[in-house]
Design a protein around this ligand. Structure first.
Ligand code: CP
Ligand code: NVA
Length: 308
């Protein structure tokens, strides 16, 4: 155990300056990748990825990113490891962290990853919990900056469930000083404490999703039912019917507004095909940028600050 270790368990584990560094570093790393320039700073380093929920992008972006940087990644899941048979998370952390250099975990309650981190000898990265998805928001804001410049002072509109993505947007808004307009159906409102917020200055709640979209520089949404909440699916389909991001909502946003979705998406539920496949959507850049942003994060957590 070590308290000096740097983990990334929620967005506010980084400060404003570190986030700015990571965005610049992600830009440089992406540029090298696009130029086919070999870059192997993580030679002989091993990432262990633990998945207690399904994934396409998170697994792929971490594994490809580690390989591209000269390291390797090992995939563990609950189904065929002892984690699924009740081995205490603290014991798993002690053992796993003796055999690798860094760990990424996708799991259920945030408490699980916090406990793992307390018993880990190496940095731990949150690859999604019920409460947060910090790697995704790192990539999303990097994508916004690539397309539109600094996010400070801008308005991001969140439509739909007050889930892990929404909570992380709210944390990022406090750290990076932008505003979030949130519109959720009744009964699915945000819980500032669960989101880990300091105050209410950086978000505003709207009953009407159209009102929330007015003037937004970025409109974003996510599935109505997150992983782990499948039993609520039918009730959610009814409750969320009016929280589908459509062309009318995009029309009241800023003319330069972007659309983002962390994916996977359900066309016709939380977003229309016209919006997600339309000209304002940057979802494919957003998905690709998971890899570039996480490469910068892995490099930073393992090697500290590099580059210029
Ligand atoms: N956005 C995201 O985390 O995707 P996966 O569930 O495919 O990893
Ligand atoms: N909120 C979604 C995000 C998936 C990447 C979930 O937790 O299932």
């Amino acid at each position: 155990m070590s308290s000096a270790l740097k983990h990334f368990l929620q967005f506010k584990d980084l400060d404003q300056e570190e986030v700015a560094y990571l965005f610049e570093r992600a830009r440089q790393i992406k540029q090298m990748f696009k130029a086919y320039k070999p870059y192997h700073p993580l030679l002989d380093r091993t990432l262990v990825m633990i998945f207690e929920k399904a994934s396409t992008r998170t697994r792929l972006s971490f594994e490809a990113g580690m390989t591209q940087m000269g390291g390797s990644a090992i995939y563990l899941n609950t189904r065929d490891s002892q984690l699924g048979r009740g081995e205490p998370v603290e014991d798993a952390a002690e053992v796993i962290s003796r055999m690798c250099d860094i760990v990424m975990i996708r799991t259920f309650e945030q408490d699980i990853i916090e406990r793992f981190a307390r018993h880990s000898r190496v940095p731990v990265i949150n690859g999604l919990t019920n409460e947060y998805h910090p790697c995704q928001i790192l990539a999303d804001i990097f994508t916004f900056i690539e397309h539109r410049g600094p996010i400070k002072g801008k308005t991001v509109t969140w439509i739909g469930d007050s889930n892990n993505m929404c909570n992380t947007w709210l944390q990022a808004a406090e750290l990076l000083d932008f505003n979030v307009h949130v519109s959720t159906p009744p009964g699915y409102e945000i819980e500032p404490e669960r989101a880990g917020l300091f105050g209410t200055a950086h978000f505003e709640e709207f009953e009407d999703p159209m009102q929330a979209c007015k003037g937004a520089h970025l409109v974003t949404t996510d599935v109505w039912t997150s992983m782990g909440f499948e039993a609520e699916n039918e009730a959610r389909k009814k409750a969320f019917a009016d929280w589908c991001v459509d062309e009318d909502m995009m029309a009241v946003a800023d003319p330069q507004a972007l659309f983002m979705h962390c994916l996977p998406a359900h066309r016709g539920e939380e977003v229309t095909a016209g919006v997600i496949d339309g000209p304002q959507s940057v979802v494919w850049d957003e998905a690709e940028n998971r890899m570039h942003a996480q490469k910068a994060l892995l490099e930073y957590l393992l090697l500290g600050r590099l580059g210029h």
